[in-house]
Design a protein around this ligand. Structure first.
Ligand SMILES: [Zn+2]
Length: 182
């Protein structure tokens, strides 16, 4: 069991743009029947806005036969500084200069914390070659996303890749797509 999450994170939106872009995308989702027209009653204590599936939600699934979308499977919209991640311990950071897999959790956790707490850019140096850049620009395997806006599909069957690209187009920004299990 467990909960499957598909997260589409905007990795280019600024903090100031996030709320307006969230409205733009939710309006687009409603117009296509992907989500209900009004947010669901607040189900959790987070500030995320949650929506139940709309009448045409299945039109954005990769394979409608893969599993059923249930009426309580929400889409939540997160705004605010967020590390969108896989909730898994096993991942590595890959250096774009030397290709080394950086595995030292304590070091990267400090860099992630610095960015998340807005104390600085969270510069992380490669443990092998020393190449340094902000944590937000490191390549995570599997992908993570650092940003201010994200859309989380909770327990939805696999989304159609073209739909995910359409979200990126509506945003006008690069996105990261994370498919993981809680
Ligand atoms: Zn390196």
């Amino acid at each position: 069991m467990g909960t499957w999450l598909q997260i589409v994170a905007d990795i280019e939106a600024s903090e100031n743009e996030a709320a307006e872009l969230a409205r733009k995308v939710s309006t687009w989702f409603v117009s296509k029947g992907i989500i209900a027209a009004t947010p669901a009653p607040r189900l959790s204590t987070s500030d995320d806005i949650e929506y139940l599936p709309g009448p045409k939600a299945e039109s954005v699934l990769d394979d409608p036969g893969e599993g059923s979308l249930r009426p309580h499977n929400t889409v939540s919209i997160t705004t605010g500084r967020t590390v969108f991640h896989t909730y898994q311990d096993s991942f590595s950071l890959i250096c774009e200069k030397c290709g080394a897999h950086n595995e030292d959790g304590a070091v990267w956790a400090e860099a992630v914390g610095e960015w998340y707490d807005d104390r600085g850019p969270g510069i992380l140096a490669c443990e092998k070659c020393g190449f340094a850049q902000p944590i937000t620009r490191w390549r995570f395997d599997p992908d993570w996303g650092f940003g201010f806006l994200g859309f989380t599909f909770r327990d939805w069957p696999s989304l159609d890749r073209a739909f995910i690209e359409d979200i990126s187009t509506v945003l006008g920004h690069k996105i990261v797509y994370i498919y993981t299990k809680l």
